[in-house]
Design a protein around this ligand. Sequence first.
Ligand code: SF4
Length: 705
Amino acid sequence: MPHPATGTRTTATHCPYCSLQCGVTMTAGDRPATLVPADFPVNRGGLCSKGWSAPELLDHPERLTRPLVRAVPGDRTSPLVESTWDDALDRIVTAVRTTQDRHGRDAVGCFGGGGLTNEQAYQFGKFARVALRTSAIDYNGRFCMSSAAGAAIKALGLDRGMPFPLADVAEADVVVLVGSNPADTMPPAMQYFDAGRARGAELIVVDPRRTNTAKNASLHLQPLPGTDLALANGLLHIALAEGLVDEAYIAARTTGFDDVRAGVAGYWPDRVERLTGVPVAQQRRTVFALARGKRAIILSARGAEQHRSGTDTALAWINLALALGLPGREGSGWGTVTGQGNGQGGREHGQKADQLPGYRKITDPAARAHVAAVWGVDPESIPGPGRSAFEMLDALGTDGGVRTMLVLASNIAVSAPDARRVISRLGNLDFLAVSDFFLSETAELADVVLPSAMWAEEEGTMTNLEGRVVRRRQAMSAPDGVRDDLQSLAELAGRLGAAGFSGDAGTVFAELGRASAGGAADYSGISYDRIDAEDGVFWPCPQTPAGAPEHPGTPRLFTERFATPDGRARFHRVEHVDAHERPDAQYPYVLTTGRVLAQYQSGTQTRRSRSLQLIAPTPRAELHPDLARTLGIAQGDAVELATRRGRARFHAQVTDTIRPDVVFVPFHWGGGASANALTDPALDPTSRMPAFKVCAVAVTRVGVA
Ligand code: SF4
């Protein structure tokens, strides 16, 4: 209800950015809108600078409010000019038809994002398979969560980032964080770690940088990037040698341990110290802390997972957790800290190349039959698996590759590895359509740009890092000329002759629930009303028969059995392999990338926020003082970083918080300061995750401060 005097109204919704999905209360009516943090069970009144600043962008002068098209159709050197929705959608439909007539259905591709609502992600997957009948769809979560997801499915039978509520972290006696920096990426989450620390719990951080999270830790392990697998195997070696493994748990709840036992035999502590740089004493202290904690949690994140061996690395940490008897025990376990706002839900509803809604395999005949029945199509008409994200991008414009592409909620010109190669591939397309709020670096390359609604202007659901499904509620109308992606997809599907697409979030959520029923990520018992009443509902939450009590949702997984056919978790023997690129005479240092507090993902939004720009206006390359001295670099000097892919320039941040052999740059910028112009696209064979977190680099001073 609007306020009777001011005409404003308040709406409970969630921050648009990271996977914590902090609850906020928005006041809107008179623009500009404002927000305050809510006492939601996740953020408990906390909010970070990104969340506080989010309303600034709703009225930003660069906001797109009209579709843009090329002044000369087909000529991307001609300017983008404002047009009508009719014209923009017509151009997309014409391009789709022309491309598919000439080159086949798979020549039209879709690229989605982990920022889409569950409803939008579901609709995008259905749009690709039903309206376009193409196998060519994947999303930017392939660059984010795919390694941990692949490992969790192999070992535990199910991927839900954290298989327990965040509140468990505050109750744990020891938490080991591997390649995760929540103090900068999701500061309100630190209250859980801080509560544990205040009780005397151990927080052990594994990170090549002494991050703000590591500064709060009781112990900081500082391994060389790309050696986390060796470290985990080494910790398990010590646990075995010291009789710390939980043999009863291993016998009752797992299979495959003997092979792993043999596999870690060669990971002697001194060898692991040589490989990783982590002293033996620190290895031992970590293992004893984990084994002696009544409640113990291991959380990994992108620092450990964005590697060519990312899946195996996540498996190594799961092996350790299983050997110590942690998963499924109350207040204990292994989990992964999802990054993007809907990084969890984004991978459950069918926008992945190999999956259908409900986190089902697209190759599974029963899954295809179930989803086809919900969609009202012949199961045979649903295409098979397509290429993974980078493989699809790398083949753009080639024979057998995608020639016309629709991109939603993703700025791949900045976020993809070897970004300049990807930009060049985008130039090979016959036609590119991008939906976004702003003219991102990817949208700048498009033939058609659709202006999409922002978070406060749309309805839907998001699934946070705990697997809690929350409501994104509309707090205000979108500007004239702007549409929700759900509506755009429904309109496009209709123009392509496909029936059964709705622009209404509630209708799509109900259908998503039916499509997910019986799948791993079962949402069929979740409704908007239940989410409202219960502050979110944890999946899986199947629908119960009429008259039976509602399923309560599942905050904690694996308490009785794992999601494997026999209910037992699987150990997997994994071995350390050297990073795809190692330092050499030409590129003598290790480059790693990550985030800073006041920016988010590819920066499409946060680089336009005036208040965030005051905090983090430019990207900085972190160098240890010893390395800076060797190279004659002083604080603030301009430095050029060069790898086998390209070059980029940054200002030097000389700091002793980083290893002397490692250089760190944030990945939120494009152009001449593009971290991903440098990164290595070598792919993990299981997850197809690129090796974002380690490559060889040369550093040169090119200007003084
Ligand atoms: Fe938003 Fe994440 Fe910050 Fe919370 S922690 S305010 S969800 S960016």
